[in-house]
Write a protein that binds this ligand. Structure first.
Ligand code: S3P
Length: 177
């Protein structure tokens, strides 16, 4: 009797943790969710995990405790997630690259892709989204982008996403693995 071997699609991640970084509005969550579904892997959104553990929204954390407290939480939750058994897809918040300790975790515990988006397009997508405290003011938004662009570049493999659908971005990532 012949039997067809079971195909484990999560092998397509080569048993790795895969991190997605990029500016607000670059599509990290959409792409991450799709990639996880396609490969049958667990999907974790760092921001959602922060909110779950803190028991309140990112917006509330920024408003009531300030950005520095948010960054502390972000680092400690990333540390916890980075010990999760692979394969897993992790979509990170846009500011995860700011801290050297976070960049080291990304580098040492998985493979990172940087979803590059034109900042003008990003602004169109997220401006005044009340869930994003750092997308309320146009000048501040572009200042933050300028301050971070090099950090994104050195944190992961760059994928230009502007002209691609989420499905095409997922295909590109799978080819680059
Ligand atoms: C932030 C991006 C947000 C969230 C927080 C701070 C940033 O995530 O982590 O509002 O500093 O760029 P998204 O990149 O998913 O918007």
């Amino acid at each position: 009797m012949s039997s067809t071997p079971a195909v484990d699609s999560s092998d397509r991640l080569n048993n790795r943790r895969l991190y997605l970084v990029g500016f607000m509005g670059s599509g990290k969550s959409t792409v991450g969710r799709l990639l996880a579904a396609e490969t049958g892997c667990e999907f974790i959104e760092l921001d959602a995990e922060i909110e779950r553990r803190a028991g309140c929204s990112i917006r509330q954390i920024f408003a009531e405790q300030g950005e520095e407290t948010f960054r502390e939480l972000e680092s400690s939750v990333l540390k916890i997630i980075s010990r999760r058994p692979p394969p897993v897809v992790v979509s990170c918040g846009g500011g995860v690259v700011l801290r050297e300790e976070n960049r080291r975790i990304l580098q040492e515990t998985g493979k990172t892709f940087y979803l590059h988006v034109d900042p003008q397009i990003a602004w169109q997508r997220v401006s005044n989204d009340e869930k994003r405290p750092l997308a309320q003011d146009e000048q501040q938004f572009f200042r933050i982008w300028d301050a971070r662009r090099q950090l994104y570049l050195k944190s992961g493999i760059k994928l230009a996403t502007d002209r691609l659908s989420p499905e095409q971005i997922v295909d590109n990532i799978l080819q680059l693995l």
